[in-house]
Write a protein that binds this ligand. Structure first.
Ligand SMILES: Nc1ncnc2c1ncn2[C@@H]1O[C@H](COP(=O)(O)OP(=O)(O)O)[C@@H](O)[C@H]1O
Ligand SMILES: [Mg+2]
Length: 350
């Protein structure tokens, strides 16, 4: 394995990176606009962004497959241009596209790749990688007869041939079945525990939220946020409560309007309120409802999730969208509240 240039170098460091593709009719497409990114060693880092945001462009520049327009990038301290050989030796990339040569078997593919990276025979670990990825059964069949899931596994195997300290996966689970998704993540976590830095791109928010300890959000070729997953989630400081009461509500209690960011009547007897947990306690909200003469019959709350942060950062709405604007049932406050109902006997339960 290639050592890092200095012991304290980041796994990936990207500075003022630009990429402009020359499009049709001379129209330029600015795929990356001054990207700055730092991936600490030992992280499972998520690069999250919608289609066309520039994720693959960035990954492919790091992999040496796309030529940057300007700026620079280092892998474990090795510059992708000046120290190209060592930079490439430090990174293993699983591309988004299933680009395999169909006339080779997985075993031959691995041998070729090992040769390409100059891995000595004694250090080749094809068998071990195949076992970990459950590829042994298919090791000697032509790649063209492999299923999509098996091809994806082989691409992962190929990226690991030279035991790279940094592994990058570009949308590895798009179109992949749940079982493979889980086994892939298990294996990535195992590699990570053994010291490998993992960078993955995804447009699945849940995946990033569940897998990554740090996340950068990219949109239109720009990094719009980079933080620990926890800090990113705390950033919006928003909570939502649904308060059910014992009689029809004609007017919202004034105190409630005062303490909440937003309050509205969502059913005859249900109030939806958004508030900042750092500013307002649940008890204040409940008191405001009681003071107005209502008895509370039910209460449910919901924390912010990455989806809201993502939407608020990738749309130009400074206050973020209302949950009710999101059609996805997973984020519908009413849907969510069904699965998170909490009993309420008037005491504060939060
Ligand atoms: N080879 C290419 N030639 C021209 N434009 C490209 C090429 N690859 C990507 N692009 C454009 O660059 C932008 C970013 O694409 P990409 O990096 O693939 O985004 P993502 O991986 O986040 O979906 C898009 O507008 C895409 O159309
Ligand atoms: Mg892509």
């Amino acid at each position: 394995m290639i050592e890092s240039r200095h012991p304290d170098d980041a796994a990936i460091e990207v500075n003022s990176l630009y990429k402009t593709y020359a499009g049709k009719n001379g129209v330029l497409n600015e795929a990356l606009k001054s990207i700055n990114l730092s991936v600490p060693r030992g992280a499972i880092f998520g690069l999250l962004g919608p289609n066309g945001a520039g994720k693959s462009t960035l990954i492919n520049i790091l992999a040496g497959l796309v030529i940057k327009t300007s700026g620079n990038a280092q892998i474990n301290g090795w510059d992708i241009v000046q120290d190209m050989r060592r930079a490439r030796g430090s990174i293993g990339v699983v591309p988004q596209e299933l680009n395999l040569d169909s006339f080779f078997t997985p075993r031959e593919t691995m041998e070729l790749q090992a040769g390409l990276y100059g891995v000595p025979q004694s250090q080749r670990r094809t068998q071990e990688i195949f076992e970990a990825l459950d590829l042994e059964d298919k090791a000697d069949v032509y790649a063209r007869s492999l299923s999509g899931g098996m091809r994806r596994r082989l691409l992962v195997a190929k990226a690991l041939v030279h035991s790279p300290p940094v592994v990058v996966l570009d949308e590895p689970t798009a179109g992949v079945d749940v079982e493979l998704r889980q086994s892939l993540w298990e294996y990535m976590r195992e590699l990570n525990r053994a010291g490998t830095t993992i960078l993955l791109t995804t447009h699945y928010l849940e995946e990033a939220q569940g897998m990554c300890d740090q996340i950068a959000i990219i949109n239109h070729g720009e990094i719009v946020a980079q933080d620990s997953t926890a800090a990113l989630l705390a950033r919006l400081d928003r909570k939502e409560a649904l308060i059910s009461v014992d009689r029809d509500i004609d007017n919202l209690p004034d105190d409630l309007k005062r303490v909440g960011i937003e309050a509205r009547i969502t059913g005859k007897r249900v109030i939806l309120i958004r508030f900042s947990p750092s500013q307002v306690q649940m008890g204040q909200l409940l008191d405001a409802v009681r003071v107005a003469g209502f008895h509370i019959t039910d209460l449910s709350t919901r924390d912010t999730d990455l989806e809201e942060i993502f939407i608020s950062l990738t749309t130009n709405r400074p206050d973020g969208p209302l949950h009710s604007d999101i059609i996805d049932p997973r984020t519908d406050p009413l849907e969510t509240s069904r699965s998170h109902r909490q009993p309420c006997n008037g005491a504060e339960r939060i």
